[in-house]
Design a protein around this ligand. Sequence first.
Ligand code: GDP
Ligand code: MG
Length: 163
Amino acid sequence: TTPTFAIVGRPNVGKSTLFNRLVGRKLALVDDRPGVTRDRREGDGRLGHLAFRIIDTAGLEEADEGSLLGRMRAQTEAAIQDADVVLFVIDARTGLLPADRPFAELVRRSGKPVILLANKAEGAAGLSGAYEAFGLGLGDPVAISAEHGEGLGELFAALSQFF
Ligand code: GDP
Ligand code: MG
């Protein structure tokens, strides 16, 4: 059967960019402005000969501050529930931020298998952030650049385990 992967992480780490790369279409809105309405998107992904379902989780919705975290959390939890495997994304350039923690905690508590992705790792600039990602205790990070299409061979190898 076709596995379902959910892309999870704090806003602005590049989840939608990765989603668009894997579905090969711009179904998800890539935007670095906070406050833009971004719905959950689901599509048919491909990488090499691997075919799968993939869920993008929105970063933010137009909402008052009080409900914002709750909505992000609920949407992330629902996506994790629906997924066989979680792709947990961090930004290798900024390294780990406090905002990554609650998302990592949801992933950890779900007990679902997780692939840790250190995105924005094009060139050498992302290396330190990728190493920092070890500290999450979610395994060995796979360094990728969703925007520039780097690290896709390693991503392919990581996804392959679930077919
Ligand atoms: P999301 O909020 O996690 O869905 O993040 P987006 O996909 O909307 O991307 C947030 C910002 O990061 C955008 O400006 C993207 O162009 C940028 N971005 C995404 N992937 C990469 C990458 O691999 N390298 C770099 N340098 N920037 C990226
Ligand atoms: Mg997004």
